[in-house]
Structures are given as C-alpha cells and as structure tokens.
Design a protein around this ligand. Structure first.
Ligand code: ZN
Ligand code: ZN
Ligand code: FE
Length: 761
C-alpha cells in the first residue's frame, strides 16, 4: 500500500464567490483525495490527503485550471500531518482575524443560466434573478465577509427545498452559489406606472418592454443601481430624457441587444469586441457607424455595452427596442440611485414607469467605461465588473487609505498587500456624491475590518478639497499629503508593481494643486515611486483670469494664455466671435488682477478649442477638450506648428499665435485642431526623449485626464514607433483621469511611511 501523505494548500486571490470550493471538491473526487476545503479570511484553505502522486496531480489542477472567474494571486502548498480523513468535505466559512480575502466583482449572466431562463420547461423560465457559481451578483449583494448567504442582500429569502438541494450538492452548478434563488422562493420584479402596480416577473417585464417600444422612459433596477432606459432610435424619447434629466450634451451610453447589433452601431476592432464581451461588460467607447446626434452630440464615438443582467435579456426577448439608451438614474452629476425609495422619489417626473426588483442592492456600483486604446485596453471609469478587484499588489506594510481627488472621486484601501480601488463615486462638489464618498470610506474599512489607529491616510495636497478635509477628520490615523500629479504618475507604476523603476512621467490634466500652491497640470517628473519624483519641466505658466470660472468658459481660459501674445486686433468679430467675457478676462490677465498662475495643459486645450470655435459655456467637465479632439479627427494632417521647450517651460506662444493667424486667414478649424494635437504630440515626444536621456531611463509614463484623448495618444505612439524613443507606460486598470489618483496616493504613502504624521489640524 502506498503511504498516505497530506498537504495544506492555501489559495489567495479572487477565490470566493466564483465556484472555487465546488471546483476543489470535484477535483478531489477525481483524484481520490480525502480532506476538506473551506473559505478562510485570507482565501481558500485546503487540507488534502492521499497518495503522493495523486496529491501532486490534485494540487497542480487547483493551481493551473481554476474556475473562469477566479484569479489566483498566491498559491502555497506545504506538507501537513495526516489525519486519516475518510472522504472529502466542504466546510463552512471560518471567521478569524481581519479578512484580507478578495471579493469578486459582479459577473454577467452565464450561458447555462440563460439557457434555463429561456427554456419553458425549466423551473427558472423567465426568472430575472437566475444565477449560479459562474455568474451573477457579488460585490453589489455582499454586506460582509466572508462571503456567505447570511451576509448578502439575499438573506431574507430562505431557500426552497429544491434550491437548497442544489446549494448543498457539491456536484451541482449552484453548489454554494450564495445568491441562488428560483421563482418559488426568491425575489421578484414588479412594474409601477402612475398608480398602477403590475406584479409578476413576466407581466412586469412585458409592460416595461411595451412602454419602451412606445417611446416612454423607464427606470430599471439593475445590478449596481437604477438606470433610465429609452428607445435610442426614438428622437422624441431621447430628447425628453435629456430635458427631464437636465443633461444637455453629455453623451448617453447604449445597451445593444447583442454583438451583431453592436457591430451595426460601431466599428469594433478585435480588442474592442473583447472588452465588450469581457466578464466586466463595461461601456466601450468606439467609433460610430451611425449618427445619433441626440445620444452623443458633437462626437463620432458611441459608448456601447452588452446585456449583463438576466433582466436585460428578458426585456429584449419581450420586444424592447434593440438599442436602448441606458444611463445611470440620477439628476445630472449625482451618483447613481440604488435604494428603491430614493429612486422612486428622485426619478418621479423623469421616468414614466419603474421596473423594480425586490433584491436590495448593498452598495451602488455604476457601469464601467473602457476603451481599446492606442496603448491597449484602458478603464476610464472603474465600476461594476472591476470593483472591488485589487488594482495592484503592494509589498507588506501598514494599511493605507487614500481619499483621491475631488473630481471623478474614487478611494483606495491597501490591506494585506492588496490595493482595493473603490468604484467610481463622482464629483465631490455635489452633496449626494459627498454622502456616497463617506459611505464608501466606511464601507471599505468595515468590509476589511481596518481600524483608524493602524491606518496611514493619504490625501491630496490641496488643503480645501472635500476629500482632503475628510481625510483629516480621521484623527486617529497618521497622515500624509501627496502632490496630485506625482500621484497620477505613481498610479501607472503601482499598477505594474514597478516600485523602483526610474521613469520620466508626464502628468497632463486640468487642475491639481502644485508644490508652490499654484495650479499645475502640465508637469514632467523624473524619479521612481520608492525614491520620489522631481519636477524637471512643465508648461510655461499662464494664468486663470477670474479663478475657477475660467475652467467653465473656454474663451475666458484662452485669455489667460493669449494675454502673453501680441494680438493684432480683437477677437470679438468673425471668425472668432469671442464673447464679452473674453475681453474682460484679457483685461484682468494683462493687469494681473484676480489671476491665478497655472501650467494646466487642460486649459491650453480649452484655449485652442475657443480659437477653433468653442465659445460657449461647457456643460460637463472636459467637454471642450473632447470637442476639440472630435474636430481634429476630421481635420487634415500635416500642419507643423512650433511648440518649443524653453527655459520657462513648454512655450505655447508660437503655437497659439499660429492658430490665431491661420484662423483669421480662414483656415479650416478642423485642420487647426488637428495641427494643435500634432504639435502637442511632437513636443511631448521630443521632451520625453530629452528628459529620459537626462534621467538615464527609457521608460516614459503618461497619466492625467488629458491622456483620455485617444487621438493624442495615437499621435504620440506613431512618433515613438517611427523615430524610436522610450517605451510608453499608461494606465490600464485605473483611469488616467482623477479616478486613478487614489491608487497613486496610496503607492507614494506606502513607500514613504516616515512622511506620515499625526494629524495637526
Ligand atoms: Zn450562471
Ligand atoms: Zn427556490
Ligand atoms: Fe488630475
């Protein structure tokens, strides 16, 4: 008889809520292994006994072919004492010290569940809450760890006998699928319209689909919050949605019935399709094939997603239009509504009907936005499907909580070497977003059971940011303030775990508080995360005349740059048509009254947009730059505007002078916009080459909101490829905009813990 050996195996990563224990059980039965598996605080723990060769094969299978949604970050196997177990068992969850386990993001409905949902003979026929261990909600239903049904929003629906049978059968697809349910025992949907309430899943879905087909606006309770839906092809419906939602121009996302429909809407290359069908099912930005000016004004790009909730599939099956606008249900710039009472109250007057499901949503998780970009796939808004998977792995150290920046806020908690980047929260100048921000901070710390006394709290250098003030309120912690643009650069390096890599980092964005208290946004750094970053160059300083309002009016921002030029003649007449506001701002700038110095490339984009014809107020952040990019995509290439590096920084004066001059002579604004992008790309590459040489590195990091500009990235990539140059590293898992700031803050704080001090204010 072969001697019996025993192994203790620990698996860390995304291993809970993804069917890992049943997978281990099945592998154990195949290889004749006895012992047990359980969910521990740090992941999955296995005790395995059997013949040495069987044990080896068993361990290899666990390591190399885990379930599709699992992500193994660490696998340890060590010899253990033989206990003589007779069979293999799945034990309940073990609760010990603070949990460092990872929570899985929400998963899209799987093919097997869809087949059941569409099979009239199946007991889950037409059931909107169908799910299994391979699919369904996770983060949006979890109330605590470890992940077990009593700690989910499904706790109020006891399993019926048949569901319990599936839940307890290790060989069943629903073995320990925590949100498992069926029409007999689980929650249901209803349709509310006026005073009418239509109960029953099939009737409710049919009523909602019919309302959508009639051109009505329907609020639909989804996975991470409520959406507002309407027929994308119905201009009256889309216009009504814009008016009722106070959303003037910002593009709406679309839900396409299937991939074939999506292909009809957009030109999708292989990487874009891969993103569309990926487990995260993000909104994917891609070039439009069809014009939908009310859905996405002033742009040739559409934001598309595919169905991910069983409910979406049911709506299309019931005759909903094949392309729906599907936008977060909220008033403009507020966080997505996710509690029933809030949604019904705040959406009254916007939605004609409500498709409401009974399963509560534990926390709001907005749809993610991604793009298959010039340097690979990039997440532009991190939400459902990505959060709360760790975005980076850190070396061991004390827990760090980073509070991010005030625009596009997201926060990061680093615990047990994992950097958990929260879902997108929003702009903290809005009260509801502030509430959401505080909820998320509490939620993260509660979920991973981190006490403030052990925390290092990282915040932005800006003393008046809401996120900075909130950080200072955590008085028991040690604190450190990080410069915004260094955090942008560090976010890219954190994603790669490149702590010692010496790089040149370009941080170009709209606004960030600089070391000297001025507004930065066109910065070049040299250094590394572990050693710190030195500012080696920047945009030549301009001013913001009249302060923050300059960010709302491109001509006002333009005045802060054009004041340094000899403008022959004024710009109020054709072709510029600058409003009165410009002349007043120019006067302020020339007299240096109420002016704030800035090196912001974002504002330089605004100035160029104004010169190319964007002379009104913007209605959402970054609009003028997005408009300029779209204009440039239509413009002829080949203009070569000067944009030299000088002692005082990247000198924008000859570039803007050329734009003024050419426009005055009647040149096509699209060609000017294109030329502006080319000039920036050329200057970036030239500056990067020089800075890399001086710093002795061949790695260039690009981060900051400006690098959401796909045209600029492509022009940079083409130049680097054509002429040779440093390799470029960009963000992938967290956004290059301020949604990625908290990860960079956390990285800098983790590597400079000595800089952290008790709170002084
Ligand atoms: Zn499934
Ligand atoms: Zn049931
Ligand atoms: Fe920024």
């Amino acid at each position: 008889m072969t001697p019996r050996h025993a192994l203790r195996i620990r698996v860390r990563g995304i291993v809970q809520g993804v069917g890992f224990r049943p997978f281990v059980y099945r592998a154990a039965s195949r290889h004749g292994i006895a012992g047990h598996v359980l969910n521990g605080d740090e992941g999955v723990e296995i005790h395995a006994e059997g013949a040495p060769e069987d044990l080896a094969r068993f361990a290899e299978e666990i390591r190399s072919s885990p379930p599709p949604a699992a992500r193994i970050s660490a696998f340890e196997a060590e010899p253990a004492g033989v206990s003589g177990a007779a069979s293999f068992a799945i034990l309940g969850s073990e609760k010990r010290a603070a949990p460092t386990v990872r929570v899985a993001p929400d998963l899209p409905v799987c093919a097997a569940c869809l087949a059941e949902m569409r099979d009239p003979a199946d007991r889950r026929h037409g059931y909107p809450y169908v799910n299994c261990t391979d699919c369904g909600p996770r983060f949006s239903v979890i109330e605590g760890l470890p992940y077990d049904r009593p700690r989910t929003t499904m706790k109020s629906w006891p399993l019926c006998e048949r569901c319990r049978g599936e839940y307890e059968d290790p060989l069943d697809r629903r073995f320990h699928a925590q949100p498992v349910a069926c029409p007999a025992c689980g929650p249901h949907f209803a349709y509310l319209s006026g005073t009418r309430r239509l109960a029953g899943d099939a009737a409710a879905v049919a009523a909602a689909a019919a309302a959508l087909a009639r051109g009505e606006i329907v609020a639909v309770k989804g996975i991470g919050g409520y959406h507002l839906a309407c027929d994308a092809a119905n201009a009256v419906a889309v216009l009504a949605l814009r008016e009722r939602k106070y959303r003037k121009e910002r593009p709406f996302a679309l839900l396409a019935r299937d991939l074939a429909t999506a292909r009809g809407l957009c030109r999708l290359d292989a990487p874009a399709e891969e993103l569309l069908v990926s487990a995260a099912r993000p909104i994917v930005l891609a070039p439009a094939r069809v014009g939908l000016p009310l859905v996405a004004p002033d742009t040739d790009e559409l934001g598309l997603m595919l169905p991910y909730a069983p409910l979406h599939e049911l709506l299309f099956d019931a005759g909903a239009p094949a392309v729906l606008v599907l936008t977060s249900a909220n008033r403009s710039s507020e966080p997505i509504a996710y509690r029933d009472e809030d949604a019904l109250r705040s959406l009254a007057g916007i939605a004609d009907g409500f498709l409401v499901g009974e399963r509560p949503i534990a926390r709001r998780v907005d749809d993610s936005v991604a793009r298959a970009g010039a340097f690979g796939p990039v997440v532009l808004r991190r939400g459902r499907g990505y959060a709360p998977a760790p975005a980076a792995t850190f070396p061991d150290g004390p827990p760090v909580l980073a509070t991010g920046a005030d625009l596009k806020n997201a926060v990061t908690l680093v615990v047990g070497g994992q950097a958990f980047v929260s879902q997108h929260i929003g702009d903290l100048d809005h009260e509801p977003a502030r509430v959401a921000f505080h909820e998320t901070l509490r939620d993260l710390c509660a979920m991973w059971e981190v006490a403030p006394e052990v925390l290092i709290v990282a915040r932005d250098l800006h003393p008046d940011y809401v996120s900075s003030r909130a950080a200072r309120e955590i008085t028991a912690a040690r604190h450190v303030a990080l410069q915004h643009h260094r955090a942008h650069v560090a976010s890219v390096l954190a994603e790669r775990g490149a702590w010692d890599a010496r790089v040149v980092g370009f941080a170009w964005d709209g606004t960030g508080y600089g070391d000297d208290g001025t507004i930065w946004g066109g910065e070049v750094f040299a250094g590394c995360v572990a050693g710190g970053f030195e500012r080696v160059a920047h945009l030549r300083p301009a001013v913001l005349p009249g302060g923050d309002a300059a960010a709302l009016y491109p001509p006002q921002a333009a005045a802060g740059f054009l004041a340094q030029l000899d403008l022959a003649g004024d710009l109020s007449g054709a072709p510029f048509l600058f409003p009165e506001r410009f002349a007043r701002a120019l006067d302020l700038a020339r007299r240096d009254v109420r002016c704030f110095p800035t090196t912001s490339v974002g504002r330089l984009f605004d100035a160029a947009a104004a010169l190319c014809g964007f002379v009104r107020e913007i209605s959402y952040e970054g609009q003028a730059a997005a408009w300029l990019e779209q204009l440039a995509r239509r413009g002829a290439a080949g203009r070569d505007y000067p944009l030299p590096w000088a002692a005082q920084g990247l000198d924008f004066r000859p570039l803007l002078a050329a734009l003024v001059e050419e426009r005055r002579r009647g040149a096509d604004p699209a060609a000017l916009a294109r030329g502006f992008h080319e000039a920036l790309a050329s200057a970036l590459v030239a500056g990067a080459r020089r800075a890399c040489e001086a710093a002795g590195t061949d790695v260039l990091v690009l981060s900051g909101g400006v690098f959401q500009n796909e045209l600029l990235l492509r022009l940079v990539r083409d130049r680097l490829e054509r002429d040779g140059g440093p390799q470029a590293w960009t963000n992938r898992a967290v956004p290059p905009n301020d949604g990625g700031i908290s990860l960079g803050q956390a990285a800098l704080a983790a590597f400079h813990p000595a800089a952290a001090a008790p709170c002084s204010s």
